[in-house]
Write a protein of this length. Structure first.
Length: 241
């Protein structure tokens, strides 16, 4: 079994811990802050061995060096971003394999939000860790690449199996849902999902992970149909209030 634990950092970042029960090995994905990870590790007696970074932004990589120093972890991330990923030990390119006990994941190169962005994909377990590329009913902002590059990356993620569980790195669901509803006011699946998300957030629950097929039915960015339509949506979202 591969267990996933979710920690909240800052206001709305999710740090995910993966624990392989058979080997006792653990990995942490995008530790923007070391403190919540150290607390969870101490409290539960977990043994972490690896850090997997999706991209260089401080709210994803800011806790890496402290965790590496204190716990002796091996740091994985995009080879192309070696100059700006703190503490990087193993540079990855598209399709490179990562291992946690007997579990295998692959790095998917998904530039758009940043030029060196990776997602981590577990084929057997049907789990995706897309960092800031894909969110529930939304997608990351385009900081370093044009829209067609992000569209190509999202199109790759779209083609993963529908029953994939998506563990994105932020709780942006309600804000994204409001924009999505504005774009597709008659999409029943979207209205239902937004209501469910509101009820979950009212109870303080996380809306992450979510199923990819639900997102395919409700995320206007995945439903854009062309790079051009996607670019227009992204422009609208950037100024949506
Ligand atoms: Zn980011």
């Amino acid at each position: 079994m591969l267990a996933v634990h979710q920690l909240l950092a800052f206001n709305d970042n999710y740090i995910h811990l993966l624990l392989d029960e058979a080997s006792g090995e653990g990995a942490v994905i995008d530790p923007g802050d070391a403190a919540p990870v150290l607390q969870a590790v101490e409290r539960n007696g977990w043994k972490l061995t690896q850090i997997w970074t999706t991209h260089h932004h401080a709210d994803h990589a800011g806790g890496t060096e402290e965790l590496k120093a204190k716990l002796g972890l091996k740091v994985f991330g995009a080879a192309i971003d070696a100059h700006r990923l703190p503490g990087l030990d193993v540079g990855l390119k598209d399709q490179d394999e990562l291992r946690l006990g007997e579990h295998r994941a692959r790095a998917l190169f998904v530039p758009g939000h940043t030029s060196g962005h990776l997602a981590y994909w577990f084929d057997d377990e049907r789990m995706l860790f897309p960092g800031d590329t894909l969110f529930a009913m939304g997608c990351g902002r385009l900081f370093e690449e044009p829209a067609d590059v992000m569209w190509a990356s999202l199109s790759r993620l779209k083609n993963l199996p529908g029953d994939t569980l998506v563990y994105c790195a932020h709780e942006y669901t309600l804000a994204n849902g409001r924009f999505a509803k504005n774009i597709e006011p008659e999409n029943e699946s979207l209205l239902l999902r937004l209501n469910e998300a509101r009820a979950m957030r009212d109870k303080g629950l996380s809306t992450v992970p979510f199923r990819l097929d639900l997102d395919l039915a409700t995320n206007p960015f995945l439903r854009a149909g062309s790079a051009q339509a996607f670019a227009e949506l992204r422009r609208q979202k950037d100024v949506f209030k």
